[in-house]
Design a protein around this ligand. Structure first.
Ligand SMILES: [Mg+2]
Length: 354
């Protein structure tokens, strides 16, 4: 009988211990269930994202047409699908993220554009005073009209990323995980939501005050000219109802993405004082068939003009610099473009061939 209390205590301890283990096991099972539910929700979300990307790619393939790339553009190659890497697309990773964030949020971007436009404005007086001054070498020997009178002065500016900031379009591509197509670009243009590039308005106003005509030579398609004009007018970058100073691509038969024929058009009636743009093509043709190296060669050959008669604005998002890396083959799948860009980089391991 003396052993009975000891035996009862032993039974109670064993029982309590068993209960404790059961409670622990129950908590563990609950945690596992919660983890599984979380993983399932995550997988469902990812699957939904993927489904949307597949749907978007299908739509883009169905609607993608052979037109020019962006507003700076050369003609695209026909017949190849507009590519998007479905399995690599995620909402957070995008080729244009850093470049667009820089344009939209950095202190440096507006400082550079203001700096460029202020420098351009500071050359206006000298350019006006010197009757032999032209920013377009091809007109050097023809600075007077048929009666021998000096040609009136003009300045040529590009539009996109020179006068109009379209980084909102790039931001939409990033947020939607998409890439440029002519259709979505045209839809953006029609919305007239581009903002002014800092410094552009003050420069355009200064030109007009000095009696200098400002021509806007853009590789936006002619069909977009009305929306472009309205966007510019709404931002007071050009006067409402003024003369047509927008020279769009294909507005005339020989106005191709090579802007030379439009520079010649202006040069026939005006002395071109200055040129302002964000792409080498805004100053000298450096489009298709040019490589990154040959573009840099053209820039180097004209180096003395920059900051004097040619004024360049930054565009880290797109342009001939980017397209030359994949040989202007706009319809290459995204991953192929990325591979080509990787191949263009130099590192500490690279043999210096320049
Ligand atoms: Mg441009």
């Amino acid at each position: 009988m003396r052993l009975l209390p000891f035996f009862m205590t032993f039974v109670i301890v064993i029982f309590a211990s068993g209960c404790g283990t059961a409670v622990q096991e129950l908590a563990k099972a609950k945690q596992q269930q919660a983890n599984a539910e979380q993983a399932l929700a995550k997988a469902e979300k990812a699957a939904e994202g993927l489904r949307q990307v597949v749907e978007r790619v299908k739509n883009e393939q169905a609607t993608g047409k052979d037109e020019s790339n962006h507003s700076t553009g050369e003609d695209q190659d026909a017949g190849q699908p507009v590519g998007e890497s479905v399995d690599e697309a995620t909402p957070l990773v995008h080729e244009d993220l850093d470049a667009t964030a820089w344009v939209q949020t950095s202190a440096e971007y507006p400082s550079i554009t203001l700096q460029t436009y202020r420098a351009a404005k500071s050359r206006l007086d000298a350019a006006l005073a010197d009757s032999t001054w032209t920013a377009f070498a091809a007109q050097q020997d023809k600075l007077t009209d048929e009666d021998g009178k000096p040609l009136p002065p003009a300045v040529i500016l590009d539009v996109d990323e020179t006068v109009l900031d379209n980084s909102g379009f790039q931001a939409e591509l990033i947020i939607n995980g998409g890439e440029y197509t002519p259709d979505i670009w045209h839809a953006w243009v029609e919305k007239r939501k581009a903002r002014p590039v800092p410094g552009a308005k003050a420069f355009l106003d200064a030109c007009r005050s000095a009696g200098v005509t400002t021509y806007l030579v853009t590789n936006r398609e002619f069909k977009a000219e009305e929306a472009t004009r309205k966007n510019l007018e709404e931002l007071h970058l050009i006067p409402a109802g003024g003369a047509d100073v927008i020279l769009s691509k294909r507005e005339q038969e020989d106005w191709t993405s090579d802007k030379t024929s439009r520079r010649e058009f202006v040069a026939a009636t005006h002395r071109i004082l200055l040129m302002v743009g964000d792409d080498l093509n805004d100053f000298a043709y450096a489009g298709k068939n040019h490589t990154a190296a040959s573009r840099r060669k053209i820039a180097a050959e004209n180096n003395s003009l920059f900051g004097d008669k040619w004024f360049l604005l930054p565009n880290p998002n797109y342009g001939g610099w980017e397209r030359s890396l994949y040989e202007f083959n706009d319809r290459l799948p995204r991953e192929k473009k990325l591979q080509a860009k990787h191949a263009g980089l130099w590192t500490s391991e690279t043999v210096d061939s320049d």
